[in-house]
Design a protein around this ligand. Structure first.
Ligand SMILES: Nc1ncnc2c1ncn2[C@@H]1O[C@H](COP(=O)(O)OP(=O)(O)O)[C@@H](O)[C@H]1O
Ligand SMILES: [Mg+2]
Length: 336
């Protein structure tokens, strides 16, 4: 009999757990660690031998688990370490040093994507359309730069999942602009990026592959009940608050009615960005499509959410790639 492939499923936890902990309660709760639970199930469906390891503030259990379980491959779901989102690239860097193949983005790609300004500078070099932007470190003097046209959107420079983004993030006066930058500095304790606001449709494109890459069917966040003068953006609540989504008719769906020109522009833009950022597994791009058919890259996401009900897996499903097959592909890309 062929030996089962040994996969170590590695993720971050909000508290310390001993090695060998089974996460029974956590994985059974649909509001809790559902991505981890989904991936574990899919790995098992593929016939792999799976071991779970949650890391909180201590890195040593990783070395112990590797010694004990001897994984062939690590499925890397580490999004943060000790509460720090930017440490995802350190984790990938550590895995690179250890030398066991792991899934998803390299430390380099994670590093580039963690800084919304750095990623934009690089994408612009590759002639991709990105919004004009300006960054404000904490302590910098704050004023509206001449080069930026209002309305703008003000965001944390290094955050994810729309943390720190609400309807109030979109500003159309100098005073509101300055106040929002101050808010990011004082309440989020981080640097801010202000970008010109791109009016348009909110699209998500998943790209998967190595030498040959595919852009999966594009998805869209639609806002069916929002007032005309309200910005239609993926705020924290629009992404994560089910009651709020229901109230404002915010839904995710496959994008329809894209002209062949727009579709091929999206494909070209995403493939170019994928290569520019050295992706080698899977990634998701947040795009805005203007009424003139211009495609703006808002944000490249390294190691985007791969829960079964999230954008990447839903795009894959539309392309005929069922969830266990998607997880299998991701594992096999790591092994190449
Ligand atoms: N320049 C922009 N123009 C229009 N909408 C934007 C812009 N930047 C961000 N948004 C909106 O805010 C959302 C979150 O911004 P994003 O940069 O993707 O941050 P996060 O990393 O938190 O997802 C986007 O999906 C989009 O709806
Ligand atoms: Mg985003």
């Amino acid at each position: 009999m062929r030996k089962k492939l040994k996969v170590l499923l590695l993720f971050n936890t909000p508290y310390a757990t001993p090695r060998g902990y089974a996460f029974k309660d956590e994985f059974a709760d649909p509001d809790n660690m559902y991505t981890e639970a989904n991936v574990q199930k899919a790995l098992k469906q593929n016939g792999y031998q799976v071991s779970l390891l949650g890391l909180h503030q201590d890195i040593r259990p990783l070395f112990e688990e590797i010694e004990f379980f001897k994984p062939d491959v690590i499925f890397n779901l580490m999004e943060l370490f000790d509460g720090n989102t930017h440490m995802d690239h350190n984790m990938a860097g550590l895995l690179e040093m250890i030398g066991i193949p792991f899934t998803g983005a390299s430390s380099g790609s994670l590093f580039l994507c963690n800084d919304k300004a750095l990623a934009k500078k690089l994408l612009r070099f590759h002639q991709l359309k990105v919004p004009e932007f300006y960054t404000f470190q904490q302590g910098d003097p704050i004023s509206l730069p001449r080069a930026l046209k209002l309305p703008c959107i003000v965001k944390p420079l290094n955050e994810e999942a729309s943390r720190g983004i609400s309807q109030a993030s979109v500003v159309d006066t100098e005073k509101a602009f300055i106040d929002r930058v101050k808010f990011i500095h004082q309440k989020m304790h981080t640097a801010a990026i202000a970008e010109e606001f791109i009016e348009g449709r909110e699209l998500y494109a998943t790209v998967i592959g190595q030498k040959r890459v595919s852009v999966l069917p594009v998805r869209e966040m639609v806002f069916t009940k929002q007032a005309e003068d309200e910005p239609r953006i993926a705020t924290y609540k629009a992404k994560w608050d089910d009651k709020y989504r229901k109230r404002w008719g915010i839904k995710g769906k496959i994008a329809t009615g894209l002209t062949p020109e727009v579709q091929s522009e999206i494909t070209a833009v995403c493939k170019r960005a994928y290569r520019a950022l050295n992706f080698n597994s899977y990634a998701r791009f947040d795009l805005r499509l203007t009424s003139e058919g211009q495609v703006y890259m808002i944000e490249p996401n390294a190691n985007p959410c791969i829960a079964q009900a999230d954008e990447v897996a839903l795009s894959a499903d539309k392309a005929g790639i069922a969830y266990p097959e998607l997880i299998r592909k991701i594992v096999h890309m790591a092994l190449k």
